[in-house]
Write a protein that binds this ligand. Structure first.
Ligand code: HEM
Length: 185
């Protein structure tokens, strides 16, 4: 690929990411807005909770697997090719899980008067935006030689990956703990 073609691909990917950011913000705002407005009948609660938990298993399970592959690569136990493959294979369950959480959450009547729920919804937005931002680097990783080591990456990029992985895990698990806390409190 020539430098110009590479530049064009990067610009195209940037445009796709911008659409991704806007899409994620719109979906989040729609879910929260519907959650506040809707008053579903009582019988909806159990099926909605079931979909919520099922989506959580699928979405967070896939996120943990991709980040686990990233950790194995960072510690020299696997190759960048395996991280890229894991990302390609699991990207669909990640976004499908998140979509399921947003859709079912809207039917569970979140209370924005609870500060914990507001923090939880903030975490959902952060982890979604972080997921879009990561697509920039997973694409760049796909262009590295199959056996490139994590330590051969520039320091800034390594710091970005580690920071983004930690932010993702913190946001997901905070949302899980607050969800569980709210349903048992
Ligand atoms: C990453 C995204 C999310 C995660 C990890 C998550 C996690 C959870 C968990 C673990 C529960 C407890 C379920 C139970 O055992 O009863 C829960 C409940 C709940 N979630 Fe989520 N959730 C997410 C997104 C959302 C969104 C976007 C909304 C609203 C728009 C939402 C609204 C609720 C509500 C209202 C409950 C029920 C709490 C109660 O019983 O009062 N969640 N969530």
């Amino acid at each position: 690929m020539t430098t110009k073609e590479l530049d064009d691909r990067r610009k195209q990917r940037r445009r796709i990411r911008t659409v991704g950011y806007l899409g994620v913000i719109a979906a989040w705002a729609f879910s929260v807005g519907m959650g506040v407005l809707l008053e579903p009948p009582e019988w909806v609660r159990i099926p909605a909770l079931f979909v919520h938990l099922m989506s959580l298993v699928v979405g967070l399970g896939a996120v943990v697997m991709v980040e686990w592959h990233g950790l194995l690569w960072a510690t020299g136990w696997s190759t960048v090719r395996e991280v890229v493959q894991a990302d390609k294979t699991l990207i669909l369950p990640i976004w499908a899980g998140l979509a399921g959480l947003l859709a079912s959450g809207a039917l569970l009547e979140p209370s924005l008067e609870s500060p914990l729920t507001v923090i939880k919804l903030g975490c959902v937005l952060v982890l979604s935006l972080n997921g879009v931002a990561l697509t920039r680097w997973t694409w760049e990783l796909g262009r590295l030689p199959a056996k490139a080591s994590f330590h051969s990456l520039p320091f800034r990029l390594r710091a970005w990956f580690i920071g983004s992985g930690i932010a993702s895990q913190l946001a997901w698990w905070t949302a899980v703990f607050i969800g569980m806390w709210n349903s048992t409190a």
